[in-house]
Ligand binder design. Sequence first.
Ligand code: G6P
Length: 579
Amino acid sequence: MCGIVGYVGRREAAPLLVQGLRRLEYRGYDSFGIATRDKDLLVLKHKGKISDTVFVSNPLPGGLGIGHTRWATHGVPNDVNAHPHVDCTHNIAVVHNGVIENYSELRKQLTARGHHFSSQTDTEVIPHLIEENYEGDLLEAVRRTVAVLHGSYALLAIAQDDDRVIAAREKSPLVLGIGDGEMLAASDMTPLLEHTERVVFLEDGDIASLSADHYEILRAGIPVTRPVEIVDWGVEDVKKGAFEHYMLKEIYEQPQVFYETVRTATDESIVPLFKKVPGVTVVACGTSYHAGLVFKYLLEGMCSIPVRVELASEFKYFTPPIRDLVVAVTQSGETADTLAALRKAKAHNCMTLAVTNVQGSTVTRIADQTIFTRAGPEIGVAATKSFTAQLAVFMQVANLLCDRELDEVLSRGHLAISEVFLMDLGKAVTLCKDAGLIFFVGRGPFYPVALEGALKMKEISYIPAEGYAAGELKHGPFALLTPETPVVAICTPGNTYDVMISNIKEMKARGAPMVGIGEEGDSELEEIVDVFVPLPRSPLAIRILTTSVVFQLLSYYTAKALEREIDKPRNLAKSVTVE
Ligand code: G6P
């Protein structure tokens, strides 16, 4: 969702801001803009994608500035609604992530007091309020302003006659980059990596003032100290390298990601957490929710620990009466619904555990304990390596809880993922790319894998796709089966093999072209499907990984055949920081 970046220092701000915005593009956006301070306050903002030509033809001078990528919430995407927004005197400029819930009331009051609004955004109340509160000290004016805001914000403000960038955070992420003779601020670490490895994560309620050589953080008007942390990601991690898309790069990073995550998620102190509680409840959204569903099968199957998996957006409003360990799974650590669900769980006195990929993210500060996935920055909007890293954590947790019975299997996971890269998915892609609808089906842990396969397909190819537990297809979806609706079925050895074979025959009999993902040498399956995708013989945990990666590649190559914008699918955001 929206991204913000600010800079003050010895270099020209605009090129750094533009570069920073490019790093934030992955979050999803529909317009962009920057403001710098030179002799005047200069603002440039546009609907659409960041283009160099805009900035080359209008280079904004100045060593201090702020920038924004907007993902529209209040007001359509257009030039006027794009940030930065300015006050009536054009002295103050503001960029903002989040939602100001009381903006409509504030706007009415400000209009009555003579302020003129140009946009439909909630954000525009902020520069007008700062204008009213400004008496030569921008920090103080921002402090007075945020006191009347309700909702969520990460905001940056600059003023024509002030040398500082002022930053404020409430329920929306904001991180400072501490450079040498320069300071930065951004919604996440990716724009900072090129400039510094020293970062400070602001807390809710913090207001920071940044000048070239100094920063200060205030809370309720009193200076506070926050730790300076060293980022463990490098700038190369956010570059695409020789790959055509970030998504493909990230798919290919999975052997390493799986290996690293299994290696590091070995802290046995989590074992008692799981043993002390009547059960486990997972809260998550999107792909992380699907990883949570896989966890359910692992923990219930291997360790007999009951697990419920809840969509975070539902859990927050319909909280079940539980005394469970609540596990929040979130790649970004910033998904608003997941954070809200976790806060709700805490309010119910549940113990909490976060599984996240981002150091310093909000979820790490809410949960009692955190396990980090080691996926590195994920830029493609469609989650791939973060899912595999979550699976690695969950497999390792199940392993630790079950006297390390998966040790040997986990030591081979990365090799098994690499073997998927050698598979030929050409025929399966041909079958999928012209489809009007695709079903993905599986049973047991392959049911969430099928859900995730369908999610990947629809996200990046825009082909409608449904994931189903294979047994459910005859309770309605059968009505949709035609020669134009391929079904991709996972049918590997185990107690549901025979029933899957029957299901596949039933679907085939209704005219659906079948793609069968099965074990190599399975001639029974190979004979009944139209396209057979053989997987090397392997234990269940490994097959969960390999089938997931097959689906990622199937979606990727289908989307590529359709010339979709794979890394930035329309209307989607990488990190959904509003409810
Ligand atoms: C967005 C992303 C998905 C992601 C979901 C949850 O919808 O596009 O890829 O799975 O958010 O994100 P999280 O960061 O909480 O895992």
